[in-house]
Design a protein around this ligand. Structure first.
Ligand code: ASP
Ligand code: MG
Length: 406
């Protein structure tokens, strides 16, 4: 018998029929003898609808009152699921965040969970009940309702699993796992059996949006084993776990593509201390996040400075850089939105040399020019002209034989 936390997202509980499908799945696991805690999102679109109502009255809405309104979406789905379970003959009880209780800080709209009273849930489980908990919400020390930030029910699922020391936290969504790359680009992309937290975080931040990064960080910190599965299709999904739990670490786990960045270059700045900070300081002050940075000094003693930012920040960043370039007497400022970042991710890189040169050779053999490179212990990223995006993903996916079973 295991204790399993299952979290279902908005599309999985979007209609009465889908809620009934969830109830059938939960009932099956319950009959198999498992203890189950189910964490739910609001029906898909509901949180946006509630936000719209609030904004129609007060814009921006009072942070405290907004949470009172937003938290209702999840209260509806948990009550309905508990009924659907009872209709299946499974004893069930639903709890809001306040009832459980999920104690949070008082940062309305983006609260952090501080503690969960697991005893009450354990007592219900011991009596054979399925416990259905509202995701995305908590209560602060003064009894105010709080919400955890958009997409926050993943966090509730992971936090419940941590508090209960559950065997697994299963995240049901509309994809059946984490893939070696985007199957729309490489149809033979393979679902991964297992991946480490670290790799998952890299994949998520590099554009493979399956799980909220904050919930993966939380799971990693408390060593909660996560499994991503589809609520519409049967299958084992992908297990996200510690490196020690990997059977044999594959060299490379995936190839990701990020189309969200743009590149800025300042040409011919003096090569002296303080240049990097005089260019990047004002960028940071404007709250613009910089991703890759390259500086090179030419024989004449001047330096070229290149960095990437999110495309949404490009215009703002360009204006800032033009101002500093004038002060620094730089030769020119160049901007380029037509770039993409392609990355190869894998914990296996840590113990294998030569991965980067293999990747570069593969790209070169297809005539793909690399504009920027950055590496970490488990990742190699290259910036390329956008027309090469899909070709580069395919080339790297095949170079590292990711379509084949490890
Ligand atoms: N219902 C909330 C949202 O849409 C929380 C969640 O779905 O995870 O952001
Ligand atoms: Mg959601």
């Amino acid at each position: 018998m295991s204790l399993i936390v299952q979290k279902y997202g908005g599309t999985s509980v979007g209609t009465v029929e889908r809620l009934q499908t969830v109830a059938q799945r939960v009932a099956r696991e319950h009959r198999a003898g498992h203890q189950l805690v189910v964490v739910l999102s609001a029906m898909s679109g509901e949180t946006d609808r509630l936000l719209g109502l609030a904004r129609a009255i007060q814009n921006p809405p009072s942070a405290r009152e907004l949470d009172v309104v937003l938290a209702t979406g999840e209260q509806v789905t948990i009550g309905l699921l508990a009924m659907a379970l009872e209709a299946e003959g499974v004893p069930a009880v639903s709890y809001t965040g306040a009832q459980v209780s999920i104690l949070s800080d008082s940062a309305f709209n983006k609260a952090r969970i501080l503690a969960i009273d697991a005893d009450k849930v354990r007592a219900d489980l011991a009596r054979g009940r399925v416990v259905v908990v509202a995701g995305f919400q908590g209560i602060d020390a003064h009894g105010n309702i709080t919400t955890l930030g958009r997409g926050g029910s993943d966090i509730t699922g992971v936090a419940m699993a941590a508090a209960l020391q559950a065997d697994e936290c299963q995240i049901y969504t509309d994809v059946d796992g984490v893939y070696t790359t985007d199957p729309r680009i490489v149809p033979e992309a393979r679902r991964l059996e297992r991946i480490t937290y670290e790799e998952m975080l890299e994949m998520a931040s590099l554009g493979a949006k399956v799980l909220q990064s904050r919930s993966v960080e939380f799971a990693s910190k408390y060593k909660v084993t996560l499994r991503v599965l589809s609520s519409f299709k049967e299958g084992p999904g992908t297990l996200i776990t510690t490196e020690e739990n990997m059977m044999e670490a594959a060299l490379i786990s995936g190839v990701t593509l990020n189309r969200d960045e743009a590149k800025l270059t300042v040409l011919g700045v003096p090569d002296r201390p303080g240049i990097a900070s005089s260019i990047l300081g004002p960028i940071a002050d404007a709250n613009i996040e910089v991703d890759m940075i390259v500086q090179n000094v030419s024989a004449d003693g001047s330096a070229d400075f290149t960095f990437t930012v999110h495309r949404n920040d490009y215009d703002k960043a360009l204006a800032i850089v033009q101002t500093c370039a004038a002060t620094l007497a730089a030769r020119a400022v160049l901007g380029d939105r037509k770039i993409v970042k392609v990355s190869v991710v894998g914990v296996g890189m840590r113990s294998h040399a030569g991965i980067a040169s293999r990747a570069f050779r593969a790209l070169a053999s297809e005539g793909i020019n690399i504009q920027m490179i950055s590496t970490s212990e488990i990742k190699i990223s290259v910036v390329l002209e956008d027309k090469y995006a899909e070709l580069a993903v395919r080339v790297l996916h095949s170079e590292f034989k990711l379509a084949e079973d490890p």
